[in-house]
Design a protein around this ligand. Sequence first.
Ligand SMILES: [Zn+2]
Length: 478
Amino acid sequence: MRYLVILPLLYIATFCNGQSTSDEKSMIIGSVDNHEKALINLSDRVWALAETAFEESHSSKLLSDYAEAQGFSLELGVGDMPTAFIATYGSGKPVIGVLGEFDALPGLSQKAHPEKLPLESGKAGHGCGHNLLGAGGLGAAIAIKELMEQGKIKGTVKFFGTPAEEKYFGKLYFAREGYFDELDVCLDWHPSASTKSEVQSSLALVDFIVEFNGQAAHAALDPWNGRSATDAMELYAHGINAYREHIRPSVRIHYHMQQAGDVVNVVGDYAKIWVRVRDSNRKGMMPVYEHVQRMAEGAAIMANVDYKISLVSGLHEVLVNRAGGTAMQKNLELLGDLSYTTEEIAFGKRIQEVSGKPQIGMDGTIKPLEATRKHPGGASSDVGDVSWVVPQIRLGVTTAPVDTPWHSWAVVACGGMSIGHKGMLYAAKALALTMYDLYEDPDLLREVQKEFKEKSGDYVYKPMLPEGPPPIPSSDNE
Ligand SMILES: [Zn+2]
């Protein structure tokens, strides 16, 4: 009992920047600290499992089981995705969501060690820190649930277990089935090399596959009877590369040649190429997408073969919400900078040393709220789609040393030890503190929603997806 009385006082005393705070905010910090061991354990187990897109069955179960044990009700297998789930607590308005990912990347297996050293050679690893992402988001939802239990706030909290961010964009299937529609606002965080309220957008993208079908023939005996799908794919790729000189600098085009015949002495009758077009927004991307599709016909004509184009999926750019970003910023300033032990700094510097980077360790200082850039650069995320359905408030927290490569062994290494854990716990606190503000301050929630309505205008969101179920890998392939 005495423990409960003393704890909030301790937390107030630990706040930086001379800011004082409410008992409720102290309770949020206390909740995350109380769950520290369990959240680290969840994160570390997901880290060690390192399950990839739509195959995260154990990781998904670990997170959903913990949510259920905390009193959340579960919806499993959401949107025809066996590893997707929603954990809900409370009732009525406002309804606030928090996103959690947990998929790993192929080939990045790594020990929690500051030099490249696979845990299991050739296996997957958490090179984007999604083990931290999922556990941190759940930690925030639990802190809010505990305030609700104690009658401090009213409403509903939903944790979205969203699989396959790295490959198939699981959130698109949640959005297609309307699972985000009832939310008033949604939050997420992402592991990073810096700590800031994230008010930059992301790139829109579209993925599609072009297949060429020709006629097989003996490559030496009767090549005149053959029509080469491989030729078509080469001509197509050449066309894309010539086109690069005439596109805006914000556009990116990538391709992965997936198949081009089978053997050297047969004219290849089948070729397959995966193409990705990106730009700062859909408006810039769509004309490039249209043109790169038309080019497939040109290549097919030149090689005298047939072609077929199939949409895989596409992502919206993030619709930035600055009112929400400002609320998040205040809570970062309340929490203060992250700090590191001598051992952690040495770990970070060793990673930088072996990566050929300046040895400066981690940057845990809170960055000032940035102006939102017209061209965000960087990557894409399926959070972009959520942000066109409901106002989205975003956060990046330091979980790796400055300037080391992302999607690499270095991120895996830090995500399995205290540098990553520290960032995850910090993120859980910052998310829950901002969620608390949104439950407690109807004016703030209205301001966030007003900005969303003004920016999205009359745009009716529709995910870029083909008809049919998500591409769940069957157990006998991949
Ligand atoms: Zn990621």
